[in-house]
Design a protein. Sequence first.
Length: 274
Amino acid sequence: MTSEPLRHEKYTHGHAAATVRQHAQRTADEAAAFLLPELRPGMRLLDVGCGPGSITRGLAERVAPGQAIGLDLSRETLATARADAAARGLDNLRYQEGSVYELPFAEASFDVVYAHQVVQHLREPGTALCEMLRVLRPDGLIAVREVDWGTMTYWPLDPWIDRFVEVHFKTWYRNGGEPRMGRRLRALFNAAGVSDLRITPAVWCYATPAETVEWGESYAQRLLTSPMGERAVEYGYASRSDLEAMAAAFRAWAVHPDAFWSFLHVEALARKAA
Ligand SMILES: C[S@@+](CC[C@H](N)C(=O)[O-])C[C@H]1O[C@@H](n2cnc3c(N)ncnc32)[C@H](O)[C@@H]1O
């Protein structure tokens, strides 16, 4: 593509190394478990907002020899995804730059359209869902999974982590997204007029030393090195020293022997009405 992908909002997490590195640990087995039983060899699949492609490659393996395409608006992240696919010799997988608001594909050109943790960042989720449905064939599958940060719970409590959560919500809304998207998925899909809608829950839980260190350290780094923290300062919701105090709180929480963090993710699986 020669023109920049269409954006109606700012992407809250940004593409700093700490963020992309954590996204790259996701797998299709976990993030698409609600979709995998429906996938068949030969299907043509689109992963919208694919990020570094660690989920996309698992989906590609399931539909081979059918083609899987990962689409994202971040050129740098797609470079990571392409290098990963090349290193693994996945020849039914390719990546393309673009926006969910104007997908560079013909109508009805996919059997499956999937998006993981993307719709929560969109100012116009209904428009995006219609665009995903446009490129899906009648009776094709649409699968979306989104977090609901409003269900987040953690222990032990820390006033700076509470402050982070408050600032994170305000920044996310100001960027144009919806951190509580999980609870809205059913309404969004109903409004789009899909058929055979199935809504399921999935819980993310960090409760081993390795999990809490990974999560806490990732958020400490994101606060100090990514647009998540930078925009909070730009919008006047936090100072640089507030970010440092939040990062220190995450690091202390990460190594606490009682540390626990959890939130709900909501999965929507449906067919395009024939
Ligand atoms: C939280 S990451 C999720 C990445 C991947 N799906 C995963 O779960 O690991 C959200 C991704 O959506 C992409 N994104 C945000 N807005 C987008 C848009 N309008 N069109 C396409 N991709 C978008 C971002 O660049 C980012 O890679």
